[in-house]
Write a protein that binds this ligand. Structure first.
Ligand code: HEM
Length: 517
């Protein structure tokens, strides 16, 4: 009797699970969107694929196999149709961020807090962004430019010392980590008026880079099945226990990153007076800028965005540019000629200024754009929720509540937009499109810009874009003017760890002084 009852309970359970999964798989409207069969059944394939750290390549491959719409989860669709991009990622969008971003919330003293980056609500986003966006303008960055110069001086001094220790010969430098240290020192300088000393100490100060990396592994992976987060590191109890398990402690670092930021916010050692500039933190704190009040905890949360998002992204873009240039001697030489011509005619400052690079170096701008096209810093879909009324993409109706997203890596490789040589590093494509625009046809450039999601798009476009443009536009010409860069292994193909940020591994370079410098 007991066994019979047990059998009935078990059979009912199994049937319920089968019905649940079948219901998911054959959901109306989504059932005929192509994609790997098991991805439409369960969240496990998504979790596994992301945990593998190669999501950008996986997504490119999926779209090449299945077309512009791919079902990548029971309720998730990846799209690459250009015509839908400006609708989904627009300035006044109704497409809110998905729960993928939940695990990116900052952990404050009183629990999780959505940040300007992680908040799902567009309304809340506007409220969080309004008091701080004034600190990210290019005018502010130009005021803070001398802080970037200081970091470039430190970087140059370090390289020069190593070259002189090797009697003026070639040195070998792990540009992977040095570019990261540079990017971190700059973003800390413009944010808090002081570099943390990554380059000075030649190490990951306070383990901050490792802390961010660990957290990203968690957020990127668990974000594939965000309903798990409250039972994992989103739970206070689990989070406390995780601190005693080294493998989990590495990922349980959100509170530490926020605490680090709070220490900077509460600093007493930085004298703002007489400096001739106001750093970003002071601007966040100032209530006068946009007439908006901002609470102390919101200052910390806003500043933690700079800590979390401000270094990996720029370092990845810089690495991409160095790598593609070295791999393409034609482009490398052309860019060096552009810089040298300006240098020889006295048009460059001691440290190249942003305006010199931005206004006088068209090929340099094209190289930067092309490197960021081929290697966007974010390597996973920018997920959004379809609002009321649904959306039709590639002729297919997708209902309200479905999670859709375009991966910047996928849309940047659309041959219909960028041409058949889409996988090649060819900066000239941007100059050609700009020329067409000058001649009255802007269609190609507009399409290329629309598919360029390296900085995101619409209302959630990167806030720190100007910070990174400042850093990159100065460092690259300055270094190419002074040094020659080669790969230690000329056949090197960079490794990849894609946990939201598509981080390269293995960029080890030979650096030698250029003879006339
Ligand atoms: C080359 C460098 C950078 C790249 C490629 C980049 C890329 C991106 C992308 C793709 C997004 C949108 C993500 C989404 O839609 O989910 C984003 C948002 C954001 N980024 Fe960046 N980023 C860079 C540098 C920075 C820097 C230096 C900072 C801070 C100093 C920063 C702070 C932010 C913030 C706060 C957001 C959220 C904006 C919002 O939702 O309003 N980023 N970034």
């Amino acid at each position: 009797m007991l066994f019979e009852r047990l059998y009935v309970v078990l059979a009912t359970g199994v049937i319920a699970i089968v019905v649940l999964y079948a219901n998911r798989r054959w959901r109306r409207h989504l059932r005929d969107v192509p994609g790997p069969f098991w991805d439409s059944f369960s969240y496990v394939p998504r979790l596994l694929k992301t945990a593998y750290g190669q999501r950008c390549y996986i997504d490119i491959d999926l779209h090449r196999r299945y077309g512009s719409l791919v079902r990548v989860g029971p309720n998730e669709i990846s799209f690459s149709d250009s015509s839908a991009l400006s609708q989904v990622y627009s300035a006044n969008t109704r497409y809110e961020k998905s729960d993928f971003y939940v695990a990116f919330d900052a952990k404050g003293p009183h629990g999780s807090m959505p940040t300007v980056f992680s908040t799902r609500s567009e309304k809340e986003h506007r409220g969080l962004k309004k008091p701080i966006y004034g600190a990210y303008t290019m005018a502010v960055m130009l005021e803070l430019e001398p802080l970037t110069d200081d970091c470039i001086h430190i970087f140059e001094r370090k390289i020069d010392e190593k070259i002189s220790q090797s009697r003026g010969q070639v040195i070998v430098l792990d540009m992977n980590e040095w570019l990261h240290w540079y990017a971190f020192d700059v973003v800390m300088s413009v944010s808090f008026s002081k570099p943390l000393g990554f380059m000075q100490q030649e190490q990951d100060v306070g383990g901050l880079i490792a802390a961010i990396e660990g957290r990203l592994r968690y957020t990127a992976t668990v974000g594939q099945a965000p309903f798990l987060h409250p039972y994992l590191l989103g739970s206070n109890l689990v989070s406390k226990v995780a601190n005693y398990i080294p493998a989990l402690a590495k990922m349980n670092t959100s509170r530490r990153i926020v605490q680090f930021t709070a220490d900077q916010v509460n600093r007493s050692d930085v004298d703002q007076g007489g400096k001739g500039y106001i750093d970003m933190l002071e601007r966040f704190k100032s209530t006068g800028l946009d007439g908006e009040e901002i609470s102390p905890i919101n200052v910390t949360v806003a500043a933690s965005g700079n800590v979390f998002a401000g270094s990996d992204t720029t370092a990845i873009s810089l690495r991409a540019l160095f790598y593609y240039l070295i791999k393409s001697p034609r482009c490398y030489d052309k860019l060096v000629r552009e810089i040298d011509d300006l240098d020889q005619t006295g048009q460059l400052s001691g440290v190249v200024r942003f305006t010199e690079s931005n206004e006088l170096m068209p090929f340099m701008q094209a190289c930067l754009k092309e490197a960021m096209r081929l290697h966007p810093a974010v390597g996973m879909p920018l997920e959004r929720v379809v609002p009321e009324g649904g959306i039709t993409i590639s002729g297919k109706f997708i209902p309200q509540g479905t999670v859709i997203g375009a991966n910047p890596w996928v849309v940047a490789r659309d041959p219909a937009v960028y041409g058949d040589d889409v996988d090649e590093f060819r900066p000239e494509r941007w100059l050609e499109a700009q020329q067409e625009e000058k001649e009255g046809d802007s269609s190609r450039l507009r399409a290329m810009e629309r598919n360029f999601l390296a900085f995101g798009a619409g209302s959630r476009t990167c806030l720190g874009k100007n910070v990174s443009l400042l850093e990159m536009n100065k460092l690259i010409p300055q270094f190419l003017r002074k040094y020659k860069f080669e790969l230690v292994d000329p056949d090197l193909k960079l490794g990849m760890q894609d946990y939201w940020f598509a981080k390269q591994t293995g960029l080890v370079c030979k650096i030698s002084p250029r003879s006339h410098k």
